[in-house]
Design a protein around this ligand. Structure first.
Ligand SMILES: [Zn+2]
Length: 53
C-alpha cells in the first residue's frame, strides 16, 4: 500500500496502517506507537516481541 506506514501500539499491540503517525492508539489511547513498517518483511513479525526488546 503506497504511502501507508504501519504503527504498532506499545501497550495493546494493535497495528495501525496509516499514512501518518497517529497521536494515540485508536484501540487503547496509548501514545507510544512504534513505526514497524520496515519490519513487516521479517519472519515472525506478528509473534510476541522477544524478551528484552
Ligand atoms: Zn493500543
Amino acid at each position: 500500500m503506497p504511502g501507508v506506514r504501519f504503527y504498532a501500539c506499545g501497550r495493546c499491540d494493535a497495528v495501525h496502517a496509516l499514512p501518518d503517525r497517529p497521536t494515540a492508539c485508536a484501540e487503547c489511547g496509548a501514545t507510544r506507537l512504534d513505526d514497524v513498517t520496515d519490519r513487516l518483511g521479517e519472519a515472525g513479525y506478528f509473534a510476541p516481541p522477544r524478551p528484552g526488546e
